[in-house]
Design a protein around this ligand. Sequence first.
Ligand code: FAD
Ligand code: FES
Length: 302
Amino acid sequence: MRFAVPGQDVNREPFNDQIPDFHYRSSLMQTDRGYKCRITNIVPLTENEKLFQLRILDPDERNIFRFRPGQFLMLQIPGYGEVPISISSSTSNNEQVELCIRKAGHVTSALFEARMGAHVAIRGPFGSSFPMEEMNGRHVILVAGGLGIAPLRAPLFWINDHRDCYGDVHLLYGTKESSQMLFTYQFEEWEKINHISMHTIVEKASPDWSGRTGMITELFDEVEIEPDNTYAIVCGPPIMFKFVCNYLDKQGIPMNRMFVSLERRMHCGMGKCCRCMVGSTFTCVDGPVFDYWSVMNLKEAI
Ligand SMILES: Cc1cc2nc3c(=O)[nH]c(=O)nc-3n(C[C@H](O)[C@H](O)[C@H](O)COP(=O)(O)OP(=O)(O)OC[C@H]3O[C@@H](n4cnc5c(N)ncnc54)[C@H](O)[C@@H]3O)c2cc1C
Ligand code: FES
């Protein structure tokens, strides 16, 4: 069954078998504009991950800042450097930009020492995005492994903001241990208020975990898949999205209806320095969001 959405031709077949030309690339959204920000809140999530809420200082700049789900920013920590980070907030929230950050090395460790009120800067937004409008009227399966929930929050918020436009929405989320599960405080809201079916699993159970144990693909036994009418967004380590996308492929979901976010070391974020290249593709401007068909055709992408 397809869901009728005002203005949409439900009989339209939006895909063909050709390699898509990165049609969801939103180059108009790419700017090198910098914004000074203040850290307004820091939410500790786990030992190594925090949610940073930033407010763009200039009210006019705050009003013009727009992004699409799946895009990323370059976050500058004065005196330390700049790192690419996915935007993890709602596109409809003009007041704050949320970034979920794992302490990895030089720059992110410096940020973890920052207090509320500290000043940082952002540049962007950059890159391609998830084709949320194209998914209108369809079921959506979101699959996140570990920190992969960070880039998934923006499409999740988008779906929540336009809930009537989508069919069944499932969020499958897996981590190594329950202590690494992020945003658990929002699960109830996503499930009860936003009608998103939540499915969680951990690889290694601890005494406090009463849920399922195993690999994320095992969660698919809780989901009835209508392959002709379903899109998938998959974020997490490449080994995970390879297993997940191959499973969904076997279920009959076309590869050009599965979207993944690729991470590479980045410097400029704008297709100038070539640091993020995979073959002749710039991960920063052609990606980070690619459909799985394109990823399979990119040598050494995964
Ligand atoms: C498009 C994009 C979106 C991202 N979104 C997020 C996010 O939402 N939250 C988040 O915590 N991180 C995200 N990252 C990863 C983040 O950019 C790196 O963790 C960060 O650059 C590390 O910087 P550092 O100076 O702290 O560490 P460094 O001192 O530079 O490195 C520490 C360790 O991390 C590894 N590393 C650094 N950058 C990357 C990378 N891009 N991919 C894989 N390994 C890397 C290094 O090899 C090294 O082992 C994203 C990366 C990209 C490209
Ligand atoms: S990060 Fe410089 S070209 Fe992509």
